[in-house]
Design a protein around this ligand. Structure first.
Ligand code: 3H9
Length: 696
């Protein structure tokens, strides 16, 4: 008998319990245990069987650490077939999350009960996969193809009440009483002579379906999940559920599952899954590090960033106090926050009452003394060292001694900011990404004196506000922006050498980025970088022979700061974010090349992509070697969650491994020969390439 599955009898009910921490994944020994237990249950005198899990969750899916290895028997379908063919009612008792293969197992039971806090779903698509345990054939039969398509393509789990409403869950049982509730439900089924509800035999909802819904779904997925293979294959499978008998549909699902499982896209997306979890680990942090309770948060600055940051805490139910220098700025900031919530309410994400509840968690102050009761401050003022130091010196005097002081700087030295306080151990960087209430990434910048307690607390806060927190070290731009600096510089050089903004952006968009560097600059605001460059007195302060490109400065000198001024590298129509190529900018760029004596040439899409990717990878290698990032996969997480790097390529460092580091290094050396002023091959890249190794 498998050690992770037990079978016991509780009077006339058989209880099959899975215990495979941490998430009860369907490892081969669990499949074996389920097969043996259901076989035993089938042959004894019990009247019904309850499948339940120990620990924090119901089965959360296939064991994804087994993917890519030879499958150890029994396979999923054999196990699931035994469950579904049980000769007495099988009831799945769900708590935590029944995901992927977990929900598919539950769908093979004849009935399902769940506690109110449970969630169920088929998130395989987020791993570049499709549900391969019959989910694409059973879910449409249970809830109809349209609802099933929505659930499978998005991968978003449903809450128990929603699942109950659509018929995935048959009964909600009391939170503390799952087993008892499931047994009572099973006895009731037997008493009522209920039939064995085999989902595979429910054909009503998949008969006579208008197949146009699948073409519409394909088109929609092409827009919202552009470049991703798995959503398209999910649609093929659900369509098969509506056009083929169950076993043939299942065979099609199996064939397509094998196809996506061996694809580069799923390898990349599985890499990101594990990378995200690895990023939560700080190598030198003692396991028993305590965290401080953060109940109330102060935000300094009600601008775009400050307002967006405040929304994260409010959404997690934490009260915030926002400080500004004038009532006018405060009012303006709070109006934007309210506007954001009201827009979400219009789209049906909240009720009007929830908008008021959220706004009720926000208080404002013009006086630093109003921050005396907060446990964490996030400063989001103007990106200038003197201003930040002044703010931190004040915060040090007005806040509780145990209050953590975080700066949302995107480039500045966190240690220098900490030096003006008497509590450098409580100072940390929290670099949010714009729009701060939407982007998942949070770079957590660990200063030289930041304590483990502060670090662990900030990580816990990141999790509480549903951010993916990645710990990075102090340097100009940290990980993301430091790499972006090299990427942006190459993009600028491409402009002066022969490209137009739409050429550079087009190549990167085609690779799978949400947008290219020029469109991204227009979105973020070109004036931010311009001011930083002016503060550094560029190009005058650069070393002799260094390359400088002033196209971005020239664009800003025209008052074109991007979308917010209706023009940047592109022009924008009122109320529309679509970038339109602008002859004025083309002229500016062509004249600039002429002025510098550069003969413009045709540059291929391949060259554009190669230059930009090599810039990211080479700088990433330097960052890794300097210990600014703990591991290559952290860099991948930062780029996927903060910079729109396509998840199906796995992030820049994983992408480099896929291309082959030898090849990447050769190309970087070639570029360095052409342009030694801007390319210095990273020693780590050279070493790994010569040793035939990878970053991961
Ligand atoms: C599938 O089911 C395919 C089938 O359709 C096909 C069958 C033929 N396997 O996230 P956490 C580990 S595909 C192995 O921090 P939380 C995770 O790596 C699967 N390990 O916890 C971590 O390890 P470590 C479909 C797994 O409480 C630890 O568990 N299912 C798996 O924040 C804790 O994880 C999914 O996509 C797994 N399936 O969140 C669900 N899942 O401690 C994926 C987790 O060493 N899982 N681990 O870093 C999740 O979404 C979250 O883990 C969950 C818990 C919500 C369950």
């Amino acid at each position: 008998m498998s050690h992770s599955v037990t079978y016991t009898k509780d009077g006339d009910i058989g209880i099959i319990a899975v215990n495979n921490p941490p998430v009860n994944a369907l490892s081969h020994h669990v499949r074996q245990g389920l097969l043996e237990s259901f076989t035993e249950a089938n042959n004894d005198d019990t009247i019904a069987t309850v499948l339940i899990c120990g620990g924090r969750t119901f089965i959360a899916g296939a064991d994804i650490t087994e993917f890519g290895k030879p499958l150890r028997p029994p396979d999923f379908l054999e196990t699931m077939g035994i469950i579904e063919s049980l000769s007495k009612p099988a009831v799945a008792a769900i708590h935590g999350t029944a995901l992927g293969g977990g929900l598919e197992t539950a769908l093979c039971c004849h009935y399902r009960v769940a506690v109110p806090s449970a969630r169920v779903g088929l998130p395989e698509v987020t791993l570049g996969l499709l549900p391969g345990g019959g989910g694409t054939q059973r879910l449409p039969r249970l809830i109809g193809p349209e609802a099933a398509l929505a659930a499978i393509i998005s991968g978003t789990p449903m809450k128990a009440d929603q699942a109950h409403a659509v018929g995935v869950i048959d009964q909600i049982v009391a939170e503390a009483n799952l087993l008892e509730g499931a047994k009572a439900f099973a006895r009731q089924l037997v008493a009522e002579g209920a039939k064995l509800n085999k989902v595979r035999d429910l054909n009503d909802k998949v008969t006579g379906v208008d197949l146009a819904i699948f073409d519409a779904a394909r088109k929609q997925a092409n827009k919202t999940r552009r470049g991703f293979e798995a959503p398209q294959r999910c649609i093929d499978c659900v369509e098969a559920a509506c056009t083929l008998p169950f076993d043939e549909g299942l065979a099609k699902e199996q064939a397509l599952f094998r196809q996506v499982l061996t694809s580069n896209q799923s390898a990349s997306q599985l890499h990101i899954f594990f990378a995200e979890r690895a990023a939560a680990k700080v190598n030198d942090m003692p396991k028993d590090t305590e965290t401080l309770g953060i109940k109330k948060v102060g935000i300094i600055g009600a601008g775009t960033m400050g307002g967006g940051i405040a929304m994260n805490f409010v959404n997690a139910g934490m009260p915030v106090t926002i400080l500004e220098t004038s009532q006018e700025f405060l009012d303006k900031g709070l109006t934007v926050v309210r506007g954001n919530y009201e827009r979400s309410a219009k789209r049906g994400r909240f009720t009007a009452e929830q908008v008021e509840q959220r706004m009720g968690l926000v208080t404002s102050t013009l006086d630093y003394a109003g921050l005396g009761d907060v446990d964490l401050i996030v400063e989001a003022v103007f990106e200038n060292m003197d201003v930040k130091k002044e703010v931190f010196a004040k915060l040090d005097t007005v806040t509780k001694p145990e209050c953590i002081l975080a700066t949302n700087t995107s480039t500045l030295d966190v240690d220098e900011i900490a030096s003006v306080t008497k509590r450098p151990d409580k100072v940390i960087g929290t670099h949010f990404f714009s729009p701060a209430n939407v982007m998942r990434l949070l770079e957590i910048v660990r200063g030289a004196k930041t304590s483990f307690e502060t670090l662990a607390t900030t990580q816990a806060v990141a999790k509480a506000i549903q951010k993916v927190g990645v710990v990075v070290g102090v340097c100009d731009g940290f990980v993301g922006n430091r790499m972006l600096h090299q990427y942006g510089a190459q993009a600028q050089y491409l402009l002066e050498e022969g490209c137009l903004p739409q050429d550079v952006d087009g190549a990167v968009y085609e690779l799978g980025f949400a947008m290219g560097p020029m469109a991204m600059g227009d979105l973020a605001g070109l004036d931010v970088g311009w001011r930083i460059r002016q503060g550094k007195d560029l190009p005058a302060s650069l070393p002799e022979g260094a390359r400088y490109n002033a196209i971005a400065d020239r664009v800003c000198e025209l008052g074109r700061y991007g979308q917010k001024t209706g023009a940047g590298y592109y022009r924008y129509e009122q109320g529309d974010r679509t970038p339109h190529p602008d002859p004025a900018i083309e002229e500016l760029i062509i004249n600039y090349s002429k002025e510098k004596g550069i003969e413009r040439r045709t540059i291929s899409r391949e060259e554009i992509v190669e230059r930009l990717m090599c810039a990211l990878i080479n700088e990433g290698a330097k960052i890794l070697e300097a210990g600014i990032a703990q591991r290559a996969s952290d860099i991948d997480v930062i780029y996927v969650y903060g910079y729109g790097f396509p998840a199906y390529l796995g992030g820049p460092m994983f992408y480099a491994d896929t291309v082959g580091l030898k090849k990447v290094y050769e190309r970087v050396c070639f570029l360095a020969e052409q342009d030694p002023a801007s390319w210095q091959p990273a020693p780590l890249l050279k070493k790994l390439a010569e040793e035939g190794r990878t970053f991961h």
